[in-house]
Design a protein around this ligand. Structure first.
Ligand SMILES: Cc1cc2nc3c(=O)[nH]c(=O)nc-3n(C[C@H](O)[C@H](O)[C@H](O)COP(=O)(O)OP(=O)(O)OC[C@H]3O[C@@H](n4cnc5c(N)ncnc54)[C@H](O)[C@@H]3O)c2cc1C
Length: 385
């Protein structure tokens, strides 16, 4: 009898899990991958869309072109996970599983910040990035507030990369001197665990005249008065407001016992959940390490999926050796002006989490290009449509 492996969410984690398992298992294992979308995008390509360097359709890779034809891709909305019956219910069908891997990512919740949907913009969703481009094009003077509402959010360096690129973008248009670029963050320092990167961000902000306001937690926007309300402080006026929306677990996980109404807690070594043969990887999980947690980033989602694949292949075929999730990964940090650095993090591979800044360098700029190409080539037969 064939065994059913069900993978929920075709992002970094789900795509790596499907590809790795298909490479290692014969056809007596059916692999089904479910996602509500028909395409994948690399997180940082949202910058390409936000600044008009690429179109929305230009950054999509379609699931119809998955590398392995024998991965059964289903485009549907997952509505419920029935852990008792070992079944997943979508808007049009029910799928039973022997093994389940959950990689449903994080949901953006802009509506949790009152006034933000009406009075602000975001670039964390592809559509948001697309809507922002004409707004940036038309913006030639005034105050731009860029804000992180609160943790956790995907790719911790990304909002700072946005600030650097906004500076470059307005400078190239000759309007930078007419724009006050201010970044408001809720904590005391950018990237709290990455001290070297934080110092470098602050230094480069000062050089560029980007004002950084720490301990400034924006709690709501007054869209008609164009005022950002800040916890315990005077409101700040703005002409253009760009925010990183609050993140929360997807609805189906909030409704499920799997996440106990929150992010899914897993065994940090194996990514196993409290339920037999059910694993979770990537942004949908929370993995505390001391006072912090493994960041929500594609590199860690992919690394987690590789561990689950490795250990399932060991269990099902006896090949290889069991592996442990070390949470070792890198995130790019673009300072603008084509200068790319990298934050390398080792959260669980040694006694204390270690996070270091490397670069910027020419090699890392190349590395960023390869990061995208390598993954698209591994997961898809052909890029784009
Ligand atoms: C601007 C920006 C820049 C970034 N830069 C980097 C970077 O340089 N390096 C890096 O490592 N990471 C980066 N990231 C973060 C990275 O994109 C995410 O952390 C990563 O995609 C997480 O992978 P995942 O597999 O956990 O979830 P995702 O990739 O988010 O995949 C989850 C999938 O689940 C699907 N899904 C959710 N709910 C349902 C449902 N109910 N039914 C069906 N399908 C559903 C979604 O459609 C989605 O395809 C960046 C993110 C942003 C926004």
């Amino acid at each position: 009898m064939s065994k059913e492996i069900l993978i929920l969410g075709a992002g970094f984690g789900g795509l790596e899990a499907a590809t790795g398992l298909r490479e290692g298992l014969d056809d007596s294992y059916r692999i089904t991958l479910i996602d509500k979308n028909d395409h994948f995008i690399i997180g940082f390509s949202k910058f390409e869309v936000m600044f008009g360097r690429q179109t929305i359709s230009g950054v999509k890779s379609y699931y119809a072109n998955l590398t392995h034809d024998s991965v059964n891709f289903i485009q549907d909305v997952i509505e419920r996970i029935d852990l008792e019956a070992r079944a997943v219910i979508t808007s049009s069908d029910t799928y039973s599983y022997d093994y389940l891997i959950v990689g449903l990512g994080a949901e953006l919740a802009p509506q949790l910040t009152p006034g933000f949907v009406e009075g602000g913009h975001e670039f964390y969703s592809l559509d948001g990035a697309g809507r922002l481009f004409p707004v940036l094009e038309a913006f030639t003077s005034g105050t731009l507030l860029l804000s992180i509402f609160g943790p956790p959010y995907k790719c911790p360096p990304a909002p700072y990369e946005a600030a650097f690129q906004l500076h470059d973008y307005f400078r190239a248009k000759g309007v930078r001197k007419d724009i006050a670029l201010k970044m408001l963050i809720p904590g005391g320092v950018p990237l709290p665990v990455a001290e070297g990167a934080a110092v470098e961000i602050e230094r480069r902000f000062a050089e560029r005249g980007i004002e950084l306001f720490t301990q400034h937690k924006v709690i709501s926007l007054d869209a008609s008065a164009r005022l950002a309300q800040i916890e315990g402080r005077q409101p700040k006026p703005y002409d253009l407001f760009i925010g990183v929306p609050l993140h929360r677990p997807p609805q189906v996980i909030r409704d499920s016992d799997l996440g106990q109404k929150g992010w899914i807690q897993v065994d940090p070594d194996t990514l196993a959940t409290a339920y037999e043969n059910v694993y979770a990887v990537g942004d949908v999980t929370t993995i505390p390490v001391g006072d912090v947690a493994v960041p929500k980033a594609g590199a860690f989602a992919e690394a987690a999926a590789k561990v689950v694949v490795n250990n399932l292949l060991f269990e099902l075929t006896g090949r290889g050796q069991p592996a442990r999730f070390e949470a070792i990964g890198t995130c790019f940090l673009e300072f603008g002006n084509d200068e790319v650095a990298q934050i390398s993090a080792n959260y669980r591979g040694q006694a204390e989490p270690a996070v270091a800044l490397e670069g910027p360098s020419e090699a890392l700029r190349e590395g960023k290009r390869h990061f995208e190409d390598d993954r698209i080539q591994r997961w898809f037969k052909q890029p784009g449509g």
